[in-house]
Design a protein. Sequence first.
Length: 354
Amino acid sequence: MKSLLFLVLISVCWAEPHPDNSSLEHERIIHIQENGPRLLVVAEQAKIFSHRGGNVTLPCKFYHEHTSTAGSGTHKIRVKWTKLTSDYLKEVDVFVAMGHHRKSYGNYQGRVFLRESSENDASLIITNIILEDYGRYKCEVIEGLEDDTAVVALNLEGVVFPYSPRLGRYNLNFHEAQRACLDQDSVIASFDQLYDAWRSGLDWCNAGWLGDGSVQYPITKPREPCGGKNTVPGVRNYGFWDKDKSRYDVFCFTSNFNGRFYYLIHPTKLTYDEAVQACMKDGAQIAKVGQIFAAWKLLGYDRCDAGWLADGSVRYPISRPRKRCSPNEAAVRFVGFPDKKHKLYGVYCFRAYN
């Protein structure tokens, strides 16, 4: 009897597989699921473009694998949107929805809500976009013990510009750099924004802070003072430095604005204080550095007259290079930080629209 059983076992082990055995086994592996169909979250577009003051929809939909239904009906669907910080070390809450409950956070309050064009639509609408909205957002959908995520990047049309204060080169720690950008109607730039600016021709030899805490600078024309003339063009990376003690310049990013930027026609040249008062008398404010860069880059503003700006610097924007007005390149020309009490210039003003 034992010999017969042994022969039977051998014959089973050596039996030729049925032609459909492998496919049947494969089907069994795929479809054996303990908690029902797997939840899938997808973003139809990985990158969305918009501008300051606009409205945008970040796409996100959820499904169950092997079914066309949005949810099983057993558990309530919870949708959570967060924003990833530039260093990816943490997430900032943006919006949460579960059933009829809705909650938005921070400066997103009153500006975000779900599109809900269908029962599986978790897309987020952001209204009245501000510069700080730029970045990567995570859409997370949770149903019971199942969850899945998708990431969408929100890019803004704008311009990156290098900035250093009246004190001169390399005088800002990271926190001061952030405030300096905010004071000039801009935010500290991300690496992606600086990289895009470099690809568009930005060349600057002074190293500056970026939003992730790194220090970098873009070079399109290699030369000795900027890494060496035999190096390749690129964004030079100094690495990460102490945000409190290390001091560099900063790269700022700004976008379009809801207002009018203009050179004030005035019968005489002005000291800085007179320039501030002249703009106020005209129903405006003295313009900021971010505003002159936005007007130059995004609106093609061109003026060969040097004028005061809010930080005490004097600049002028040239979109059409010509003799005596930046003959070699389109640029916002920097005159310097003249004596506010004695030097006389024109002034650039900005009037916000209501």
